[in-house]
Design a protein around this ligand. Structure first.
Ligand code: NAD
Length: 487
């Protein structure tokens, strides 16, 4: 980029202690609009020094106004912030569309979800309480939930606002102070959110945002000795590094990682109702969703019917620039595009059969990161396309004979995030729900992550710990037992 072009771009500093601050090292990272490949903005290249400032600001907030507030007062601030977010929905949705590449309607839905997380956790803040425990005569024993202290939040690029809302909302409701490290590919809405929350009354230092590269700012955050809890959402590989770094300080970690989630359809299912879920839950956000149903398993008797039904849905899909607001936008970056293309090349080399494709609209910008939505059929279960998280608009469909084979196939990947089951047999619904390895199971529906109220998280390589719902509040707190001897 020329110096002149760089000077024309909006620059974002880190948001520390209620103020914008340039990175200590003075550097910037360029964000790109994936719809057309143009430069979008410059974000501060934070490093260990910036994380240090943010952690100090968070500590000060805990010993200042924020730390003194009652749970009810914290809840009111979250509620006010939720309303302020909705007032800025046009700005936030436009930025998310430009930054991530998601169609405007989806970007607006993400703003609403962010506001809903803040509303939910604002209302929950003063509903968390401990217990009194029966013990020996002469004692009263009780438990109280206390905040961890300073929580670190490492956020990916696919749903910056939603993932910020679910993790930060619960952390602040419980009285923690936060340092957030958004992804270097897309983070403008998180920076704007920091401003909005501060203007809505969140005291300085309660929320700090440091942008930059994962290997610099992210690594410095997860290994900082004064971080008391780390919430990480991202790839399994980075999750391992974050957990190892936090282990050196013996602090708890929540890992929300990847998935290869199946939807399993039996011959007795309502196929017409299932079809839009089979397609949309796999392709939402151009397939860049941790809970995307990228594997479709269908009982032999109705296999051809479902392939044909999905193909009809694919034929109607249009992909184009985010602001054109079609079914799908581009993937987030040229880098992500080349990762997805490497799977398409592998599929071609191994002779996998394409069952259906969507369309990239004529006139889509040449430098946009577009990949045609594609459904592959009869994919061998052990093939990389059926085992690995692709994180693009690609699905595979394969047949199965009976319930036992469906369970074996569903559980055959290293992941266990979400599973959908379509059947009208009530007993089978429960058998399947218990037999599949997943953190969430949807029967005759598929939530692609589910609602704000529903605990969410994985098993196996999809991670551990739960976010969303009331459950998340306990993860952002530590339980203290108080035993009083009074004779
Ligand atoms: P990623 O792991 O590359 O990056 C995620 C975040 O980690 C970014 O903020 C990045 O800067 C940071 N990071 C990178 N290296 C780091 C390091 N060494 N130390 C600390 N932080 C570091 O993941 P991604 O490509 O941004 O996101 C895609 C992945 O996230 C997919 O695997 C997807 O399934 C997963 N994901 C999971 C969920 C969930 O809730 N389970 C939600 C969204 C995305």
């Amino acid at each position: 980029m020329t110096e002149q072009a760089s000077a024309a771009l909006k620059r974002y500093g880190n948001f520390i202690n209620g103020c914008w601050q340039d990175a200590c090292g003075g550097g910037y990272v360029t964000l790109t609009n994936p719809s057309d490949g143009t430069d979008l903005a410059l974000i501060a290249r934070g490093r260990a020094d910036d994380i240090e400032l943010a952690v100090t600001a968070a500590r000060d907030a805990l010993s200042g106004i924020w730390g003194q507030m009652t749970a009810t007062e914290r809840g009111r601030i979250l509620h006010k912030t939720s309303q302020a977010v909705l007032q800025e929905i046009d700005l936030l949705a436009k930025l998310e569309a430009q930054d991530v590449g998601k169609p405007l309607t989806q970007a607006r839905a993400d703003v609403v979800a962010l506001a809903r997380y803040l509303e939910f956790y604002g209302a929950a803040a003063d509903k968390v309480h401990g217990e009194t425990l029966p013990y020996q005569n002469g004692f009263t024993v009780l438990t109280v939930y206390e905040p961890h202290g300073v929580t670190g939040h490492i956020i990916p690029w696919n749903y910056p606002m939603q993932i910020l809302g679910r993790s930060l909302g619960a952390a602040l409701a419980m009285g923690n102070a936060a340092v957030v490290k958004p992804a270097e590919e897309a983070c403008l809405t998180i920076l704007e959110f920091a401003r909005i929350a501060h203007q809505a009354g969140l005291p300085a230092g309660a929320l700090n945002v440091v942008t930059g590269l994962g290997a610099e700012a992210g690594a410095a955050l997860s290994s900082h000795p004064q971080i008391n809890h780390v919430s990480f959402t991202g790839s399994s590989r980075t999750g391992e590094a974050v957990q190892a770094a936090a282990a050196k300080n013996a602090v708890p970690v929540t890992l929300e990682l990847g998935g290869k989630s199946p939807q399993i359809l039996f011959a007795d299912a309502d196929i017409e109702r299932a079809l839009p879920f089979l397609v949309n839950a796999g392709l939402q956000n151009a397939g860049q969703t941790c809970s995307a149903s990228s594997r479709i398993l269908v009982q032999n008797e109705v296999y051809e019917q479902v392939v044909a039904g999905m193909a009809a849905h694919y034929a109607a899909l249009k992909m184009g620039p985010a602001e054109a607001d079609l079914n799908l936008g581009p993937v987030v970056s040229e880098r992500q595009k080349s990762i997805v293309e490497s799977y398409l090349q592998l599929a071609e080399k191994d002779g996998l059969q394409i069952a259906a494709q969507g369309t990239i609209i004529a006139g889509a910008p040449q430098h946009g990161a577009y990949i045609r939505p594609t459904l592959f059929r009869d994919v061998p279960p052990e093939h990389a396309l059926a085992q690995e998280e692709i994180f693009g608009p690609i699905q595979v469909i394969m047949p199965f004979k009976d319930e036992a084979e469906a369970v074996a196939l569903a559980n055959s990947t290293p992941y266990g995030l979400v599973c959908g089951v379509w059947t009208s047999d009530g007993a089978r619904q429960f058998r399947m729900a218990h037999a599949v390895q997943a953190g969430q199971v949807f029967i005759n529906n598929y939530g692609a992550g589910g609602g704000v109220e529903l605990p969410f998280g994985g098993v196996k390589r999809s991670g551990h710990g739960r976010e969303k719902g009331f459950e998340a509040l306990y993860g952002f707190a530590t339980l203290k037992t108080i035993s009083v001897y009074h004779g």
